[in-house]
Design a protein around this ligand. Structure first.
Ligand code: NAI
Ligand code: MG
Length: 491
């Protein structure tokens, strides 16, 4: 790694961990390349941290919470810092979006949307910081009973590479508004916006140690953080398998967790739906971020009488989709890494080889660099209900279409996976909208729309293997707190 390291550092910025308000190198001095998925080339480096760095970050977070200015700060002042951070993110949106987009490969328009979303989280939670209060409870006897909402203390956030800035926003926005201090471990494939935003947080007046960032692999840094005995609560977004490992690690210390573990979200299209309205949203829900979205609409269930018509219209759209470099700002960028590309291609090959009907495929832009991780979007039809692309989270631009004959079959298909994150119901029949919204097992159900602008205000999280706990909105704040009950005796 030594020779590579000097090359990369010369080529781009050597990004640092943020611990105790300082930019610090990993104690071992080890570094990892930062790779641009658009061309597969390194353009910077990050610290390859391990247990010792995680321990330093947890100590710094503990100090800020117990002894530092942060733990004593009034809610209104915490809120003001987050509002200032929101403004700084907005002022630096172009730089942050360019960094996010180059680091993850996402088209620049998506990079901008993510930074706008990140700023909005700090605005929402900054405004909420001094509006969180408990209850008074009328118990029998000479008592006054009330509840206080208190921070957990030191919160560990382990986040993925698909939406680093947005997920930072929801974790740090809610966590800091509630008064916790944080140690964030971004994914090794996408750390840069996280580091920059933690720097901006210091400029916004956040006390040192309240928000620490430790870069490194899941194996070396993530595992140490989730098992650290002085972490009070762990929040994670990523794969179900890693979620299990993190819960097992947190269980050693009997710590609480929030788990957001992806989905296999269905778009359910009834024959009476406004198909013109549904079509672009169904396409976008699987194309956005190259399908690397926990809430991707990766299945489309279509009522049999319009199956041919709707899949024909979807196929026309899919055949025109183009994947290309992030700065070309096309329909989708490359996938995040060589590993992710191989994973997604494996799903496509398995479906094709087992005879699944390939209805349409988009293209890769002619000028896309050779070394980039590009995947042309694919639409499969009449997909077999128990096949891999019907059941597994592909996390790529692959849409699986199914037909159903009636409402019961639609519900059965919709609920026929291990996941339950998001669902959409497209119909003009009001009673059916309500019945379906109740019968579909998903943490968010959209009717005649999808996503609703990112949903900063809307509680988000899963049923089944999609996880537990909720983020976003006020639910997200409450999960960053614990209720303390206080009872006074009087006469
Ligand atoms: P992952 O779940 O392994 O990685 C997410 C985060 O967890 C990263 O920060 C990683 O460093 C960390 N991590 C990995 N192993 C860990 C461990 N043992 N202890 C603590 N932290 C650990 O996901 P990966 O490998 O990047 O992607 C694989 C699949 O996961 C994707 O194909 C996709 O299906 C799913 N995924 C889902 C996401 C979502 O938004 N729900 C986000 C990213 C991936
Ligand atoms: Mg990268």
């Amino acid at each position: 790694m030594g020779e590579n390291l000097s090359k990369t550092v010369a080529q781009g910025r050597a990004f640092m961990n943020i611990i105790g308000g300082e930019q610090v190198e990993a104690k071992s001095g080890a570094r990892m390349d930062v790779v641009a998925p658009s061309d597969g080339l390194a353009f910077g480096s990050i610290p390859a941290s391990n247990e010792a760095d995680v321990d330093a970050a947890v100590r710094s977070a503990r100090h800020a919470y117990e002894q530092g200015e942060w733990g004593k700060m009034a809610a209104v002042d915490r809120g003001r810092i987050l509002l200032r951070l929101s403004m700084l993110i907005t002022e630096n949106a172009d730089e942050l979006a360019a960094l996010e987009s180059r680091d993850t490969g996402k088209p620049i328009k998506q990079g901008i949307a993510d930074i706008v979303g990140c700023a909005r989280y700090f605005e929402f939670y900054g405004g909420a910081a001094d509006k969180i209060h408990g209850d008074t409870i009328p118990i029998a006897g000479d008592f006054l009973a009330l509840t206080l909402r208190e921070p957990h203390g030191v919160v560990a956030g382990i986040i993925p590479w698909n939406y680093p800035a947005q997920i930072l926003g929801r974790v740090a926005g809610a966590g800091l508004a509630m008064g916790n201090s944080l140690v964030l471990k971004p994914a090794e494939d996408a750390c840069l916006s996280v580091i920059r935003i933690a720097e901006l947080a210091l400029d916004a007046g956040l006390p040192a140690g309240a928000f620490n960032v430790v870069c490194g692999t899941g194996k070396d840094a993530g595992a140490a953080l989730s098992a650290h005995p002085d972490v009070d609560f762990v929040t994670f977004t990523g794969s179900p398998l890693t979620g299990t490992a993190i819960q097992q690690a947190a269980a050693i210390n009997n710590r609480g967790v929030t788990m957001e573990l992806g989905g296999k979200s269905p778009q359910i299209i009834f024959a009476d739906a406004d198909l013109d309205a549904a079509l672009p949203l169904v396409v976008n829900a699987i194309i956005q971020n190259g399908g690397q979205t926990c809430s991707a609409g990766s299945r489309v269930l279509i009522e049999a009488s319009i199956y041919d018509e709707f899949t024909k219209r979807l196929a026309e759209k899919f055949s025109k989709l183009v994947a290309g470099p992030h700065d070309a700002d096309l329909d989708l960028g490359p996938l995040i890494s060589k590993k992710q590309h191989a994973l997604v291609q494996g799903f496509i090959d398995e479906a094709t080889q087992s005879g699944t009907e390939l209805l349409a495929q988009g293209t890769i832009a002619g000028n896309a660099p050779e070394g980039g991780y590009y995947c042309a979007p694919v639409l499969f039809g009449n997909v077999e209900a128990n096949s891999s692309i019907a059941q597994k989270e592909v996390f790529g631009p692959v849409l699986a279409a199914f037909s159903f004959k009636d409402e019961d079959e639609a519900v059965m298909l919709a609920n026929n996976t291990d996941f339950g994150l998001v669902a959409a119901i497209w119909t003009r029949d009001g009673a059916r909208q309500m019945r379906m919204a109740k019968r579909v097992r998903a943490g968010q159900v959209f009717v005649n729309t999808y996503g609703a602008g990112g949903g900063i205000e809307l509680p988000f999280g899963g049923f089944k293997k999609s996880g537990h706990g909720r983020e976003k909105g006020f639910d997200g704040l409450f999960h960053m707190s614990a209720t303390k009950t206080v009872v006074f005796k009087h006469n």
